[in-house]
Write a protein that binds this ligand. Structure first.
Ligand code: FPP
Length: 238
């Protein structure tokens, strides 16, 4: 089947895994004269739109950075509001996504999260067998913390099995079994990774857009995918 027949817009090279930094919800709300939490609500709705668009384009993995280990520094009211939105979304909307073929995975430390959210993430992960898209939710996620945990995990293996190499560390990351992102997209205008997928980003293509996440639609997505298509990935070779 050609890309065109598959409904894939003129793109020859599809990324298998696209990861996004959810950035710009608060500024989007401010521009609309709304409370920040309304921006986060719109941001979460956009996760579904982009997941559907990626599925239509044959992408197999989507990861979304939703709350970092550093985001606890935000006002408590905002943090609690974000967690409430996530619990509601996991309860009300995620089962529909799962029926459409989406598998949910949580990347991050569940321990510090409110019990209700940790349970909802655990439940979504354990009831996931969709085969169209693996949707990774990076919540209470930090790239450095993930690497530290992975090293601890490898070191705790029995003396006989202990061997620290790239494969062992990759196999102990939250993303074990998931291929590294081909493309990392950060909307919202900032040009940094902010502790996102530091290990997995080793050879990812990076794409930055000034568009705020709630406005990052299919047109913007296709811009990012077209930019990816133009890149020459050499992985250190010629
Ligand atoms: C990284 O930039 C961005 C994130 C970790 C996502 C943050 C998004 C939220 C807290 C809103 C999530 C809302 C819902 C409903 C899930 P940063 O702003 O943490 O880091 P920076 O200061 O380096 O830009």
């Amino acid at each position: 089947m050609t890309n065109r027949e598959a409904g894939w817009p003129e793109l020859g090279k599809r990324p298998r895994h696209v990861a996004f930094v959810m950035d710009g919800n608060g500024r989007w709300a401010a521009r609309c004269g709304l409370p920040r939490l309304d921006g986060h609500r719109e941001g979460i709705a956009n996760v579904e739109r982009i997941a559907a668009a990626l599925m239509a384009r044959g992408v197999e993995y989507m990861t979304i950075y939703m709350f970092s280990t550093e985001n606890w520094k935000r006002p408590q009211e905002e943090v609690e509001g974000i967690f409430d939105l996530l619990v509601g979304w996991l309860r009300d909307r995620v089962p529909g996504l799962q029926s459409a073929g989406v598998s949910i995975r949580h990347y991050g430390q569940p321990d510090r999260l409110p019990a209700e959210l940790a349970r909802a993430l655990q439940h979504a992960g354990s009831t996931s067998d969709g085969e169209r898209l693996v949707l990774g939710l990076a919540i209470n996620y930090g790239g450095r913390a993930e690497i530290v945990e992975a090293i601890r995990d490898v070191l705790s293996a029995s003396e006989a099995d202990r061997g620290i190499d790239e494969q062992a560390i990759a196999g102990s990351l939250y993303t074990a079994g998931v291929q590294d992102p081909d493309l990392i997209v950060r909307p919202g205008g900032e040009l940094r990774l902010s502790n996102f997928m530091l290990w997995q980003a080793a050879y990812a293509e990076l794409y930055f857009s000034p568009v705020l996440w709630p406005d990052f639609d299919e047109v913007e997505l296709d811009r990012a995918l077209s930019a990816y298509e133009e890149r020459s990935r050499r992985f250190g070779g010629l």
